[in-house]
Write a protein that binds this ligand. Structure first.
Ligand SMILES: [Zn+2]
Length: 293
């Protein structure tokens, strides 16, 4: 009879003896058919001994975000008849951080570097495919936070200190639009920039309509002095700040009510998927589906 601990030890050993070059195990790439790229850099558990531990930067994982992403894929399949493209890092954040630039992400480790390149190489390739097929699209970068205020934090590369500006300031100073990860969407939208970030048609409003408190949103337009995550490398590299027509939003999920139980993950996946569908109809002018209609 194998006890549970024996079985776990055997499983752990099998992970540790994976070939060092077998980076396909470390970055799970799931091709889809929708004009959406779902990235999950911090949900991994694997800690192969062949990769050196990172020596600086954040090394804690975003618990249950990989699980949540699989439910979002299922919900999109159900609600839109097609799956998003998805890239899920299976390595623990103590081994690689795919939401940082290469030097901080891998700290020189060659296998971590190969995993990081697989993650971002795939994202670049998928963005090209989406652009060719649909003309535009959206990267959604999924994370988890444990801030005191359990809201969904939506990151557009606009730091909290800047979000504290008035709508008038956000609209008149063109720098805000051009520093954001939805730059292309903002350029072609008939809405002004503050409306896109926190008006009634913002993603925050569409999530709040489904009972998930969010920031920025009409009810909580800016963080004030509270900690708020505005996004990092993934939405910078795979959004439209500098070029292209794939915009990006970082989705930081609170623990309570969203990531904590399977039932809550499922409810959030359903609501989030519906909100993204509505967002698409509003800002991309065609219904979300595997074929552009
Ligand atoms: Zn994260």
């Amino acid at each position: 009879m194998f006890g549970k601990s024996t079985l776990l030890a055997a499983l752990a050993a099998s992970v540790l003896t994976l070939p060092a070059q077998d980076i396909t195990e470390y970055v799970d790439i799931r091709p889809g058919t929708l004009p959406i790229l779902l990235t999950v850099p911090h949900g991994g558990d694997l800690k192969p001994e062949s990769i050196l531990a990172r020596r600086y930067g954040v090394t804690t994982k975003d618990a249950n975000t990989a699980e949540l992403s699989l439910m979002i894929i299922e919900e999109m399949q159900q609600q839109f008849g097609g799956a998003p493209h998805a890239i899920i890092c299976r390595l623990h954040r103590s081994k690689v951080d795919c939401n940082r630039e290469l030097a901080e992400a891998t700290q020189g480790d060659p296998i971590a570097t190969a995993a990081w390149q697989r993650f971002h190489g795939a994202a670049t390739e998928i963005r090209k495919q989406i652009t060719q097929r649909f003309g535009s699209g959206l990267t959604l970068d999924l994370h988890g936070h444990r801030h005191v205020d359990p809201r969904v934090e939506l990151g557009y590369l606009i730091p909290g200190t800047q979000l504290n500006n008035s709508d008038a300031a956000l609209n008149t100073d063109g720098r805000f639009k051009s520093m954001s990860s939805i730059h292309e969407l903002a350029r072609r939208s008939p809405l002004n920039f503050a409306e896109l970030l926190r008006g009634p048609q913002s993603l925050g409003a569409l999530l709040e309509a489904r009972d998930y408190h969010s920031i920025p949103s009409p009810s909580k337009p800016s963080p004030g002095t509270a900690i708020y995550f505005s996004g990092s490398y993934t939405i910078l590299a795979h959004g439209s700040r500098d070029s292209g027509s794939i915009s990006a939003i970082q989705i930081e999920c609170p623990w309570e009510g969203v990531r904590d139980t399977e039932a809550n993950q499922r409810s959030f996946a359903k609501a989030f998927t519906a909100a993204v569908g509505e967002y698409f109809g509003l800002h991309f002018q065609y219904p979300l589906g595997p074929v552009k209609k």
